[in-house]
Every structure is written in structure tokens, then in C-alpha cells.
Design a protein around this ligand. Structure first.
Ligand code: GLN
Length: 237
């Protein structure tokens, strides 16, 4: 049975563990680099990415997290977890923050505004219906949420949503020498997959809909099947 690690430094890790329990999967809390060993996959939850980065630094987790992501095992970042996995984050008030990276995208940390602009909306996610049949809509819970401004060519877009009218104007790039650029599209990307990486700007663990967790578990099964196939190839050669 798959063992799914949940980064348990801060944020909604208990809710992810409960969501995993609901579908009969064992989740384990991860706070130290050595606890990543032996896991089949990892969830990086939502919370507050600056605080999470400080705690990750304190526990010397960044090198081990990067190794885990580049090792090819499935990793799912929700909200602050998505920010952690992005190759580039914009929208910080001060300086930069350390990121795990791996996901070829630019994310805006607080795209939808402040805590007061948190919202829920229906999202259309054809991939969820493709896997399980039934309805392709799911409830997106956006809490001081980030969004994905740009993706690289290897990134599959799973969901986007309309940009709410009450959102503050978002400056994509500014600062020394850079021209100020404002986000002007009327939709924005909120869920993507790139190989072993799944990322959602919203919080499926705060709903009773288990389809996202099952979707992630399927990525886990795919990756284990691949590892087994590679093993049997190498032992037969
Ligand atoms: N925008 C938050 C951040 O910068 C993330 C919010 C969340 O995870 N709910 O970390």
C-alpha cells in the first residue's frame, strides 16, 4: 500500500491526512529530511509560504525536498505548496523566498488579493471526469490564493477560472530596469500537472470530494508501475 508523506510544518496538513484516511490511504507527517526516505509520494499543503519556507530552512529540508521532486516520485502542492513547487514566484512584498522548484511556471503568491478576497467557486476539470466518469465540476476553495500566470510547454493545464472583478490589479514584473506589466487576461490557471508534479491553487482537502486525492494516488500507481517496469527491464538485460 502506498505511503504518502504530508509536509507537516504548518498549514492544512491535518486536513490532507484526514482526506487520505477517508480513501483508506496511509499518510505520514514529514518534518525532517530523513522522513522523506521510503515515501511513495508527497503532499505539500497550503498555509503561508514564507513561514513554511522559514521552517523548512530551519529543518534543512530544501535539499531533500528538491531531490524528492527531481527523483520523479509524485508530489502535489496545494496553494502555498504550489508556490513552493514553482520555479518562479512573484508578488512578494519583500525580496524573494526560497522555493523547492521543479514546476515550470510563474506563480503569483496572492493573485486573488487578501484574506478578505478568499472565495469559493465551481471549477471545470475534464481530467477528473475522464478518470472517474460523472460530473467534471468540482468546488474550488481559494484562501488568499495564488494563481499561475505562465506555464512552460511541458505543463498540462487542468483547470482555470475567471479572474474575479474585485481582485486588485496585479503587477507581474516591476523593480529595477524591468517594465511594469499588469495581468490583463480574463481567466487564470489554477491547476496543472507536469509529469510527477500536480499543483492546485485551491484546497481540495477542505471539501468532502476525494477525487483530487484519488487522482494523485493514481499518479502514484503510475509511477510505481514505471519503476517496476524499469526494474524488470534492467534485470532482464
Ligand atoms: N498566498 C499564500 C502564501 O503566500 C498561500 C495561501 C494558502 O496556502 N492558502 O503563502
Amino acid at each position: 500500500m502506498a505511503v504518502v508523506g504530508v509536509l507537516a510544518l504548518q498549514g492544512s496538513y491535518n486536513e490532507h491526512l484526514a482526506a487520505l484516511r477517508r480513501i483508506g490511504v496511509r499518510g505520514v507527517e514529514v518534518r525532517k529530511p530523513e522522513q522523506l526516505l521510503g515515501l511513495d509520494s508527497l503532499i505539500i499543503p497550503g498555509g503561508e509560504s514564507t513561514t513554511m519556507a522559514k521552517l523548512a530552512n530551519y529543518h534543512n529540508l530544501f535539499p531533500a525536498l528538491r531531490e524528492f521532486v527531481s527523483g520523479g516520485k509524485p508530489v502535489w502542492g496545494t496553494c502555498a505548496g504550489l508556490i513552493f513547487l514553482a520555479n518562479k514566484a512573484v508578488g512578494q512584498k519583500t525580496g524573494g523566498q526560497e522555493l523547492v522548484g521543479g514546476l515550470d511556471c510563474t506563480v503569483h503568491r496572492n493573485f486573488f488579493g487578501s484574506q478578505l478576497q478568499s472565495f469559493e467557486t465551481e471549477l471545470s476539470v475534464p481530467k477528473l471526469a475522464e478518470k472517474e466518469g460523472g460530473n467534471d465540476t468540482c468546488r474550488g476553495v481559494f484562501i488568499r490564493a495564488p494563481a499561475i500566470l505562465e506555464v512552460g510547454s511541458d505543463v498540462e493545464i487542468l483547470a482555470d477560472c475567471p479572474v474575479p472583478a474585485n481582485r486588485p490589479s496585479i503587477v507581474i514584473s516591476s523593480g529595477e530596469g524591468a517594465e511594469e506589466e499588469v495581468y490583463s487576461k480574463d481567466r487564470v490557471i489554477v491547476a496543472v500537472r507536469q509529469g510527477n508534479i500536480l499543483a492546485t491553487a485551491f484546497h481540495p482537502e477542505l471539501t468532502s470530494d476525494s477525487r483530487w486525492h484519488r487522482f494523485f494516488l493514481d499518479m502514484d500507481k503510475e509511477s510505481q508501475a514505471k519503476a517496476l517496469a524499469a526494474l524488470s527491464l534492467s534485470s532482464s538485460s
